[in-house]
Write a protein that binds this ligand. Structure first.
Ligand SMILES: [Zn+2]
Length: 65
């Protein structure tokens, strides 16, 4: 048999992305939290954005409805 390799690696190329929160390599496929590596990093990033979003219009002090 002619077992010539079609490519360098038989396995599929794993696509990974860099997590914007912690900088770890996160899998792209089958990752519901992409581009984050985990739900924690996703929430952290959301928290940061919300925190900045709330800080910008935070001009009123002692706002009690
Ligand atoms: Zn992460």
């Amino acid at each position: 048999m002619d077992g010539s390799p079609s490519s360098a690696s038989g396995e599929r190329t794993k696509i990974t992305v860099t997590c914007p929160t912690c900088g770890a390599a996160a899998p792209w496929r089958l990752n519901p939290h992409r581009p984050f590596c985990s739900l924690t990093c996703r929430l952290v990033d959301l928290g940061v954005w919300l925190d900045e979003g709330y800080r910008i219009p935070a001009d009123e002090r002692g706002y009690v409805p």
